[in-house]
Design a protein around this ligand. Sequence first.
Ligand SMILES: [Zn+2]
Length: 105
Amino acid sequence: MTKNKITQPACNHCAPLQKVTAIQTPEDVRKAIREAHRYLAEGVLKDRQHEGYEKSNFLADVKPEGPWADVLAGDFHCTFCGRSFDLRAETYHGGGGTWGPTTAA
Ligand SMILES: [Zn+2]
């Protein structure tokens, strides 16, 4: 179900994040959120803010330890090359999602 088709080449800054990570357990959710926060803190990634987004859905505001919304959805872009990344996780049933570069549909 996961297609690892990368749409854009990575720059040096976001290269460590070039693999899509499957999120399968609550621990995976925590790890993905922590990693996203680290990249946000380093200024490599920026939250892509969509209109109509619930404030609670901004990944920057989500605590790694929870509580989480039933569905986490974060969209980011690399501030250096503009590449898109997303974090999707369905937490209510114990995980299920992906974190990494946005893949081609
Ligand atoms: Zn980049």
